[in-house]
Design a protein around this ligand. Structure first.
Ligand SMILES: Cc1cc2nc3c(=O)[nH]c(=O)nc-3n(C[C@H](O)[C@H](O)[C@H](O)COP(=O)(O)O)c2cc1C
Length: 200
């Protein structure tokens, strides 16, 4: 893995990944279980302090997406302060999970006890989710990390059946890009502006 071609391919893959929203996915094309398994397994090769592997993936497909959409709409209605409630947002929550063929809830399951701080388990899951998205991108899938505030509610945790110390960190929407999609462009600030060299 020190070979230069592999490095440049990996670099190209990392830079090619873009957030592809459900509206830009082909809702009629399923994602095979074997491919999903590979992408999930790649996720689990993330670094994890103490090898606690503090992740859980709840995969919503088929009718499971409708149940997710219903739960999100209900919890959004129940938990939004009246001045913040937006009808268009609620509608979108009912639609997006049905357009994307797969929606994966990425959960941090607290396993480290007093030895591993919670933040480190959150970091490990973030690494796993990036692995997942890079693996999906390499397979040609589009993906998008979404964090509506309701993910942090007790109602959603109960619906997802996760423990009081666990955290749903993301809904990852996955699907094949729709035909004719112009792959989005993005940019990043020059890394020099984010780097301080301490070498003299
Ligand atoms: C922790 C995290 C949470 C995010 N939550 C949202 C979100 O709720 N809504 C959204 O539109 N994008 C969300 N994104 C995606 C970012 O908006 C996206 O990565 C950013 O615009 C850069 O675009 P790119 O992914 O195409 O490089 C999230 C990304 C991360 C890492």
């Amino acid at each position: 893995m020190t070979d230069i071609a592999t490095h440049s391919q990996l670099s190209a893959l990392i830079r090619h990944r873009r957030s592809i929203k459900p509206v830009d996915m082909d809702s009629s094309r399923m994602v095979e279980r074997s491919l999903l398994m590979q992408v999930l397994e790649d996720a689990t090769w993330a670094p994890t302090h103490g090898l606690t592997e503090p992740w859980k993936f709840v995969v919503h497909q088929g009718a499971g997406r409708a149940r997710l959409a219903e739960a999100m709409q209900r919890i959004y209605r129940e938990t939004s302060p009246p001045q913040e409630f937006r009808e268009d947002k609620m509608k979108k929550m009912g639609v997006n999970p049905l357009i994307a063929p797969v929606v994966i809830a990425g959960v941090m399951v607290r396993r480290g006890g007093v030895k591993i701080p919670e933040v480190e388990e959150i970091e490990a899951v973030a690494c796993a989710l990036q692995n997942l998205m890079l693996s999906a991108t390499a397979a040609g899938l589009g993906c998008y990390w979404s964090t509506p505030p309701l993910l942090a509610t007790q109602q959603f945790a109960e619906w997802l059946q996760i423990g009081p110390e666990d955290r749903c960190m993301a809904l990852i929407y996955l699907g094949w890009p729709r035909e004719g999609l112009k792959w989005p462009q993005s940019s990043r600030e020059p890394v020099e502006s984010k780097t301080r060299w301490c070498d003299v």
